[in-house]
Design a protein around this ligand. Structure first.
Ligand SMILES: [Zn+2]
Length: 278
């Protein structure tokens, strides 16, 4: 038969759905599903494997090394920027120092030349001699000033070089720390990934013994709820930990064993076992 509500389009509604057809407009319940109780119980094994897969995936994502690496990379980027700035300062000052050295040398050369002229007796005119002597005094003062500047620049170069070295050493230390954290992350990831592979393989084997429609329902719930099936143990849904009320329990007790029941609270497939307390 066809459902009249329109929401189901032209889908042919099975006889199972037909049973709930009168409630179609007020209930969103899915069609009742039939499945061998043994297959239903296998869902519990599957749920356990899926829970483990979820845990290991979470473990992989939340390894403390991820945060540590992120912090270290940030620190490295900061240090690298400071190192680059320090390198520029050192290079600039080194150029300045070279120029300052040349200035001193240039004035000293002129002093040597003038002194040479006097020493060799090349300047005989008293006025020229006086002018040259004054010039030598002036050159001496100039040399002193230039040498002071040279000294100042040298001190700055020393400071800047020390600062550059400090950043370079800090970078090297950070790189060593990064390498250690990467190693620890890779080791832990490898262990977790290997477990994930094993459990995923087990799941692959497990699903073979579960009917397609039951598995599809389980997977659909799992996508929304994380876990698709839970045991009804001592009248309690182990999925949401809620104790079922007497009317729901009575309904479930009456439901044939090969009919799939769902938890009213968390909508997971409720798997009945000897421990269900029914
Ligand atoms: Zn529940």
């Amino acid at each position: 038969m066809h459902c009249e509500c329109g929401a189901h389009g032209s889908l042919v509604v099975s006889s199972l759905t037909a049973r709930s057809a009168p409630d179609c407009h007020i209930s969103t319940e899915e069609p009742t599903l039939k499945a061998d109780p043994i297959a239903q119980r296998k869902l519990l094994d599957l749920a356990e494997l899926d829970a483990r897969i979820g845990q290991v995936r979470h473990q992989l994502k939340s390894l403390p090394e991820h945060q540590q690496l992120s912090d270290l990379q940030n620190r490295r980027a900061e240090l690298d920027a400071k190192r680059r700035d320090a390198r520029i300062v050192v290079d600039d000052l080194t150029r300045e120092q070279k120029k300052s050295d040349q200035d001193v040398e240039q004035v000293k050369a002129r002093r040597t030349r003038d002194q040479g002229k006097i020493d060799q007796g090349l300047v005989t005119n008293p006025k020229d001699l006086e002018r040259l002597t004054h010039e030598l005094e002036s050159l001496e003062r100039r040399i002193n000033t230039l040498e002071d500047i040279e000294l100042e620049i040298m001190e700055k170069v020393e400071e800047a070089t020390a600062s550059l070295t400090e950043y370079e050493e800090a970078l090297a230390t950070t790189d060593d720390e990064i390498a250690l954290v990467v190693k620890a992350r890779d080791e832990k990831s490898q262990v977790a990934q290997s477990e994930l592979d094993t459990v995923t393989e087990q799941r692959g084997v497990e699903v073979f013994s579960i009917p397609g429609d039951l598995l599809a329902l389980y997977d659909k719930i799992r996508e929304k709820q994380g876990v698709g099936a839970a045991m009804l143990r001592a009248r309690r849904c182990e999925g949401c930990q809620l104790t079922l009320n007497p009317s729901d329990l009575a309904r479930i007790t009456k439901t044939p064993a090969d009919e799939v029941v769902r938890c009213e609270e968390c909508s997971r497939i409720l798997v009945r076992t000897d421990e269900s307390g029914l």
